[in-house]
Design a binder for this molecule. Sequence first.
Ligand SMILES: Cc1cc2nc3c(=O)[nH]c(=O)nc-3n(C[C@H](O)[C@H](O)[C@H](O)COP(=O)(O)OP(=O)(O)OC[C@H]3O[C@@H](n4cnc5c(N)ncnc54)[C@H](O)[C@@H]3O)c2cc1C
Length: 536
Amino acid sequence: MSESSSFNISASSISNWDYEADVVVAGYGIAGVSAAIEAARAGAEVLVIERSGGWGGAASMAGGFVYLGGGTPLQRALGFEDTVENMKSFMRAALGPGTDDAKIDAYCEGSVDHYNWLVDAGVVFKESFWGQPGWEPPHDDGLMYSGGENAAPFSTSISPAPRGHVPQMSGKNTGEQGGGYMLMKPLVETAQALGARAEYDLRVQSLVVESDGRVVGIGATRYGKDLYVKARRGAVLAMGSFAFNEEMVRANAPRILGRPAASIEAHDGRAIQMGQSIGAATAHMDATEVAFFCDPQLLVRGILVNGRGQRYINEDTYPGRHGQATLFHQENQAFLVIDEAAFEEGSASETSSPELLMQPTWVADNAAELEAEMGLSAGSLQATIEQYNRFAAEGTDPLLGKNPKWVKPLRGALAAIDLRGRTGGFTLGGLKTDADSRVLHVSGAPIPGLFAAGRCTSGVCAGGYASGTSLGDGSFFGRRAGISAAQQAKSRVVSRWRREPRLIDSVPSGPRFLADVKNPRLTEVNRGFTCARKGT
Ligand SMILES: Cc1cc2nc3c(=O)[nH]c(=O)nc-3n(C[C@H](O)[C@H](O)[C@H](O)COP(=O)(O)OP(=O)(O)OC[C@H]3O[C@@H](n4cnc5c(N)ncnc54)[C@H](O)[C@@H]3O)c2cc1C
């Protein structure tokens, strides 16, 4: 049987397991490594299966933002006040509509602890804030606004705080000492030190399922050969998004069809299909992050107009919001109109993305000539500029609420940069999981033995996006997947513990694990597990 055509197989058809472990993690990116660490800490034997030749995934190529807040030590050290409630309010407002509030609550309430967990694992955040517009800090600064918290429409109603935490890097090269790599490296070293093993060049294809519906293993291929991996306690899917599965994108998120970005080819949706094949529910399959390929140092100094010459979003917000607004609501039609002085100032500003400091497409002596050059309807851009300038003279933007710091009338020679079609992105929807990272069946019940985290799940982002929420919720809910998977089987061990009371001679495992779980029932289960392991 060719595994590649089958998303699930019956356990009864397998006569020989090639590998086995208590917890089998599929994918060695951010969600996978986080699951591996916590499963190992919970006492499970862990095997990570990775289709490529090494760990890393998209995470190791990432800029490295991890979305954290509620008063992290880094925020406090840099003088920023933040509260859990503020963080929740912002995430609900910016990442919806339709956010999973149980996840957002857990994420925000656990955010400071998660920061400490990363630091304890060796991730370094430099006490330095980058406050300029940009996609990322150009150097190794540890903190930046990364979701539009300090811009309209959020800044007036939700007290703003920067939450984009970036691991310190020694070079910004993608995959080589960049922020994502400097996040992954210490985490992988931690997982290895805890005894988590890895098998590379092994491509997960299917779930192995018992007749009662419990997932007991994974089917995979290596150079065309079928191999089977037994998951004694649980399997964790952490294989990334479906941004590179053209068929799935066409069916679910067609607006980013042909424009995958900030993802890797391995994000082929296989984990989602495997889950669906045994009845797993999905959520927010239409949701996408959308990057906008123009440097924010230019954007903030001009006005962004659509194909009708009208402004439609404040130019000083998170550029991912520009991307979504342009692609979703303006038919991917955008132009940046800017005057000469602002263009010169923006072009000379420090940025992490100099390749996005574009040259003007059209230049003209005045608005009438410019709109004619651009092919806009006569008078449309003139009216926009006249209205913008009228209020800008007083330093205000009543239409869209751009921060007065960036509001200046457009004067003299004008230029326009053609930004039509300059968007790309990745998918945010996926398997529906609960806040303990258990994969949910369409009935609403957890599927026994199956856990998931990262971009193959629907996480804290239901529609909107902020930089850092992928590495953030991948690591946060990856940890929970590892804990839940390790602990699921513990409940079976507990009954043995009750039959064999003499085995009770130890204390529960580490306080951090127990503190994370915050659930007396799980604590009891953990105690039983720890004891029983000593007897095997
Ligand atoms: C250039 C760039 C910049 C980014 N910047 C940021 C940022 O600053 N902040 C942020 O939050 N996000 C950022 N992202 C997005 C972020 O990296 C991903 O969304 C995140 O890594 C997803 O986590 P994951 O664990 O689901 O997937 P990954 O980290 O990609 O890990 C998935 C792993 O599964 C493996 N895999 C896939 N299929 C199989 C299979 N069949 N069998 C076995 N293994 C398999 C993959 O090879 C991969 O190693 C960026 C991405 C890129 C590319």
